[in-house]
Design a protein around this ligand. Sequence first.
Ligand SMILES: NC(=O)c1ccc[n+]([C@@H]2O[C@H](COP(=O)([O-])OP(=O)(O)OC[C@H]3O[C@@H](n4cnc5c(N)ncnc54)[C@H](OP(=O)(O)O)[C@@H]3O)[C@@H](O)[C@H]2O)c1
Length: 211
Amino acid sequence: MTTAIIGTGGIGSVIARQLASGGEALRLASADTESARMLAAQIGRAAVVATDNRDAVQGAGAVVLALRFTVLKGVIDQIAGLLTGKLVVVPSNPLTTDAHGNVSRVLPEGQSSGTVVAGWLPAGARLAMAFGTMSAGLFESSANRSPEPAVLFYVTNDDRAGEEVERLIRTAGFEPVKAGRIEQSGRLEVGGDLHDLVVGPAQARSLTSAA
Ligand SMILES: NC(=O)c1ccc[n+]([C@@H]2O[C@H](COP(=O)([O-])OP(=O)(O)OC[C@H]3O[C@@H](n4cnc5c(N)ncnc54)[C@H](OP(=O)(O)O)[C@@H]3O)[C@@H](O)[C@H]2O)c1
């Protein structure tokens, strides 16, 4: 199966390496293609560099938008016509950093980033918020944990998106656990109760049993 990854920075590069090591074919795109090219060279034959964001999505069944929240809408607008029938995975936290390094939320407190992203997508795109629940280093070091796999939480309102994102999560070396609906994406974000949590399936299910 082929997945497009748009954004090959801190988290996109780790997601790409983990998916490729699980056997997924990748189409990579970044703002100036340089970081995508370097990552593709590192990964080898499983990854190709797309000429632009639209080219990345063409030929892929799923797309991971590993982008800062502030550029997400612009990229979605560029590729919207190509998203019908595709799984769209968003790991973004709704945060921004100012010139002094101060981090703040770009959405009002309590507003679900998942709901906002869902509103930007065209009808027919299937959204799952996932792959942003751990910092990049923790994500990489927790993949393929043995004997008990570590869990990656996700949220979605779409059963088929759930099946598809679960396949990607397993491909990346984790056990998927649904944490609720898109409206509950705040649980996965920086500051959410499930963020940066490395747990096995039993503990994960007890944390999400009410979802
Ligand atoms: N880093 C983490 O540990 C981590 C963990 C969990 C979640 N997240 C979330 O994931 C999101 C991305 O974080 P990050 O740390 O990966 O950011 P980052 O290192 O700044 O990477 C952002 C990527 O987006 C690309 N990009 C920017 N504008 C683009 C455009 N118009 N078209 C295509 N690509 C574009 C950049 O391209 P260039 O490479 O060419 O500049 C870069 O590859 C954030 O919302 C963050 O909160 C991050």
